[in-house]
Design a protein around this ligand. Sequence first.
Ligand SMILES: [Zn+2]
Length: 198
Amino acid sequence: MASQEIERLAQALARLPGLGPRSARRAVLWLVKRRETSLVQLLDALADVRERLVECTTCGNVDTSDPCAICSDPRRDAKAICVVEDVADLWALDRAKLFTGTYHVLGGKLSALDGVRPEDLNIARLLARVEAGGVDEVVLAMNATLEGQTTAHYLAERLEEFPVRITQLAHGLPVGGELDYLDEGTLAQALRARRPVG
Ligand SMILES: [Zn+2]
């Protein structure tokens, strides 16, 4: 019988992506054995994240400043916006260092199965950014999954009324592929060979 404290932490950890109840409990026990070292480091890191990280109100990136370092970088080309599902995708693309524009994080993808509707995503702010003008190109960099592509089609339709070029990543992307898991070469290739939607 695990103590209430251990159960509570294990349950919280089990909600993390990729961590089930069994591995969560193992992680808790591992931390308990290292309470003066690893547990302290984890606590400090969590406190830091809680205190210092904010969501960029322009693009939805997570950073220590709002606007984020990317949105406030004058060397970035504000005329191009690359739309991604999650912050992890933004980071993956930015690591590839091929896109010199700015980003927009949707915070998920449309999903009938999970009940995610357009109003649940960061779409209104994207449309507002485009409507404000000064944007030439919107790159739809959704994952090559069914839901990712449904989201891309929806966005392409919503963006149709604006005088912008709408492109999407070339499908050198493996079907079902998630950006976050791709190597930088594949990502760079998909971005370089991006093509108009429609
Ligand atoms: Zn930003």
